[in-house]
Design a protein around this ligand. Structure first.
Ligand SMILES: [Zn+2]
Length: 332
């Protein structure tokens, strides 16, 4: 039996274009200590000995470290604010590089990109219907991720952690949703804690009360944030900020190899749906009137079950970013 912890985050309408990106990070319970230690130790930029403690007083690099420097390394890693902080950018790059190399086998992720325009969800995020739809996609994300990434293993999900900043205020995940997930998989996937744990992505608030478990779990909420941030930056070429481009660029070959179904990185990215609800109705003309009368939740349910309605190939809109490009072109 494989025990897994899962860390989730989402990006809603990154380009005001009607896309939701849902992301989940999967880490085996037996790898937790190794992985969190590794990421934490990449935080110290003051020396290269790769040791870390969250407080300056206990910093193993005390001799060469200063409180101001130490505090800068103890920053919240968050993609949207990467350009405001040199340390954030460098730690993000180190983390994403670790994900590609040293921690390649220990951290898996799954991304689900939902095109709301094709689903008649123009005002997504405002009412009970949307909540049901979101919960449905959330199950699809977890189910798809576990089945694809751990196809040869019998999996038990221990705890699911979710970024507190986003969904819990306006969308409440009921425990029922996770029970539904177990039923949908015929108990193929078991979930130990059906109540999702909401965590702040700023671990420093837990540090004040010495809640070290939360401090450490929060690191993974930060990691999935920069994975999703890099993905939306590359996919839509959202920001002109050099720091964001530089960090996102680290992940280019990972995303491209997933699109091309090269198995170098075994993560999963799915886009949904291939067919809009209108197209779906037309393709099944015999049931058109039936289909059109259905509730939006039921239409989406049909769309989710429709064969080949997910796809995993897409183009990255952001052109390849080469650092110091300006200086280089100045020679010509
Ligand atoms: Zn220090």
């Amino acid at each position: 039996m494989t025990d897994l912890n899962i860390y989730c985050d989402e990006v809603i309408r990154p380009n005001s274009n009607g896309i939701i990106l849902l992301g989940a990070l999967f880490i085996k319970e037996i790898d937790m200590i190794k992985v969190v230690n590794y990421l934490e130790n990449r935080r110290c930029l003051n020396t290269s000995n790769h040791k870390w403690s969250y407080t300056y007083d206990t910093c193993p690099n005390n001799k060469s470290c200063k409180k101001a420097l130490h505090d800068k390394n103890n920053t919240k890693i968050h993609f949207s604010e990467i350009d405001r902080h040199r340390e954030r950018k460098i730690i993000s790059q180190k983390w994403l590089t670790s994900l590609k190399v040293i921690l390649k086998e220990n951290i898996k992720f799954s991304i689900l990109a939902i095109d709301l325009n094709k689903l008649d969800c123009a005002h997504f995020g405002r009412n009970k219907t949307d909540l049901n739809i979101y919960n449905r996609f959330f199950r699809t994300l977890l189910k798809g991720g576990v089945r694809y990434l751990y196809s040869k293993e019998k999996v038990k999900i221990k705890t699911i952690y979710h970024d507190e900043g986003s969904q819990n205020k306006h969308i409440y995940f009921p425990e029922l949703n996770m029970k539904k997930l177990e039923l949908e998989t015929f108990n193929d996937i078991n979930i130990e804690n059906k109540k999702i744990v909401f965590l702040n992505d700023d671990h420093r608030i837990y540090l004040e009360n010495n809640e070290m478990e939360s401090v450490r779990h929060s690191q993974f909420i930060q990691l999935i944030d920069i994975i999703l941030g890099s993905f939306s930056q590359l996919l839509f070429n959202l920001s002109v900020k050099e720091e964001k481009k530089e960090v996102a660029e680290v992940m280019r070959d990972v995303f491209e190899s997933i699109f091309d179904r090269k198995w170098e990185y075994s993560h999963s990215i799915s886009f949904f749906p291939k067919y809009s609800l209108d197209e779906l109705a037309k393709m099944n003309q015999y049931a058109l009137s039936d289909f059109n009368e259905k509730k939006i939740e039921d239409k989406i349910d049909i769309a989710l079950k429709y064969p080949d309605n997910f796809y995993n190939k897409n183009e990255l809109a952001m052109p390849k970013y080469v650092k110091n490009q300006n200086k280089l072109t100045a020679w010509f």
